[in-house]
Design a protein around this ligand. Structure first.
Ligand code: NAD
Length: 469
């Protein structure tokens, strides 16, 4: 009954202001700074995952039809690993780092102290809505910050589960979730934060950065781009094909920031590669790709329409050599391969972020580097399959991207010893492992001196004799 229904509270600028005020009071009181608090929160987050795995998997299924195995490994297990690593290493990360000093300040000692920024905002995206929301939060907790998380409204089941779980398991005087879309995010962005961590596309990143600039707030931007895969001949083709499929369709059906966006190969080798794709795709997903339960759906009808626009452009649709089927009711698009796609087509001029894979042809494999570099944007990831040592060296020396992988795709993400982040259009800053702790810490320079050796030359009067010293 309407009279009994609780009116939904509006989250506006005033609410956002109050929220930041409350968190800042907790931060200033020193609640988040102790090792004990950080440890308790990370342990609680682990417990939260252990006790709620079926609910998390169900929310991801609602939002994306994400296969259970992908949810368990790429969202839950990866986050558990982040928590466990932080729990194991945090004490060490928190310790001041000794720094050398020179004759200029002799005698002295110095250290670099990692201090939390304060109250931070994490805005996340819909494609890995659980991991991308909480993985930055792990870093922010480990570094001792108070946190507001704004998950993506495009994955609403996960967003509302996150709101419930975070308030049930974590310290709600220091860590909050705000659900909502543009109005709520805009209200949050008006506030003064000590750091903003944003995951999503470059257009919104500009809005985030402009809002941050008003308060001189530092930002970490995890964005996307067109991540290329160069395929040389003379490789183990079956293994290479499988690894490309795993990074493309096996990662949320191509809706992943480091999914291969397009392939570059030589004219001589292309048909062999296409045959291998067809064979392995059938082995993995069966004859009817639309029926496979091991492929996520497209997140919503807007993205479905966007992808069909890329696919159905006249000069591109004739290039389909595999797939192309679609099911509007269930928002499914089959893994689709397009051969010899013109570089001025729509599909080659925006991030695909879906199950379409164009192949670009070159005369010599070395020409691939020009294709990538002439695009004018730096991808989040770039991949090369080859056995040629010189080609590997040239790849590393000439391709600028957030990260590179030779002879695999997407797996660099799982190595916590490597920074994960973009460059140029694909983002700024990085996280994962200790890099997450660093991303949410100010590195404070501290120099200690005594009262001995008080060099008189630095004090006036500035005589010419002092200049000669
Ligand atoms: P999205 O639509 O979920 O948007 C991201 C966030 O921005 C959401 O929380 C949303 O509420 C907020 N937002 C939307 N419009 C806004 C506005 N006008 N003002 C303020 N906030 C606003 O996600 P998306 O952008 O579609 O995500 C896909 C993109 O993210 C791709 O480019 C992908 O490559 C990139 N991505 C990058 C990473 C990474 O780690 N580098 C990970 C995942 C996705």
């Amino acid at each position: 009954m309407a009279s009994e229904m609780k009116e939904k509270e509006v989250f506006d600028s005033e609410s956002a202001k109050e929220l930041v005020k409350e968190l800042r009071a907790s931060f200033v009181a020193g609640k988040t700074k102790s090792y004990e608090w950080r440890r308790t929160q990370l342990k609680a987050m682990l417990k939260m995952m252990e006790e709620n795995e079926p609910q998390i998997v169900a929310a991801l299924r609602d939002d994306l039809s994400k296969p259970e195995l992908e949810s368990s490994i790429y969202e839950i297990a990866m986050l558990k690993n982040s928590c466990r690593l932080a729990l194991k290493e945090m004490k060490h990360w928190m310790m001041p780092e000794k720094a050398k000093t020179s004759l200029t300040t002799f005698p002295s000692s110095a250290e670099i102290v990692s201090e939390p920024f304060g109250v931070v905002l994490v805005i996340s995206a819909w494609n890995y809505p659980f991991l991308l929301s909480l993985d930055p939060v792990v870093g922010a907790i480990a570094a001792g910050n108070a946190i507001v998380l704004k998950p993506s409204e495009i994955a609403p089941a996960t967003a509302s589960l996150l709101a419930k779980l975070v308030s049930n398991y974590l310290d709600s005087s220091c860590i909050k979730v705000v659900e909502g879309a543009v109005p709520e995010t805009s209200a949050l962005l008006e506030q003064k934060w000590d750091k903003i961590f944003y995951t999503g596309n470059g257009r919104i990143a500009r809005i985030v950065m402009a809002a941050a600039a008003k308060h001189l707030t530092p930002v970490l931007l995890e964005l996307g781009g067109k991540s290329p895969v160069i395929v040389d001949s003379g490789i183990n083709l079956q293994v290479a094909t499988r690894r490309i499929i795993a990074g493309k369709w096996g990662c949320n059906n191509g809706q992943a920031c480091i999914s291969p966006d397009y392939v570059i190969t030589t004219k001589d080798f292309a048909l062999k590669l296409v045959d291998s794709f067809k064979c392995e795709l059938e082995r993995f997903y069966g004859k009817n790709l639309l029926e496979s339960k091991d492929l996520s759906r497209i997140v919503n009808s807007n993205h479905f329409a966007r992808l069909l626009k890329l696919l159905d452009e006249d000069k591109v649709s004739i290039k389909i050599v595999h797939g192309g089927e679609r099911d509007k009711t269930n928002l499914k698009i089959a893994p689709t391969i397009l051969l010899d796609v013109p570089q001025d087509s729509l599909i080659m001029n925006e991030e695909i972020f879906g199950p379409l894979l164009p192949i670009i042809l070159v005369d010599k494999v070395e020409d691939s580097f020009d294709v990538i570099n002439s695009s004018g944007t730096k991808p989040l990831a770039a991949y090369l399959f080859t056995n040629n040592k010189k080609l590997k060296e040239k790849f590393v020396a000439t391709v600028s991207a957030g990260g590179l992988v030779v002879n695999d795709t997407a797996v660099h993400l799982a190595e916590h010893t490597l920074p994960f982040g973009g460059v140029g259009d694909s983002g700024m800053g990085a996280y994962h492992g200790k890099f997450s702790f660093d991303a949410f810490s100010h590195k404070k320079a501290v120099l200690y001196r005594g009262f001995a050796c008080d060099a008189f030359m630095r004090y006036p009067p500035y005589t010419s004799g002092k200049l000669r010293l």
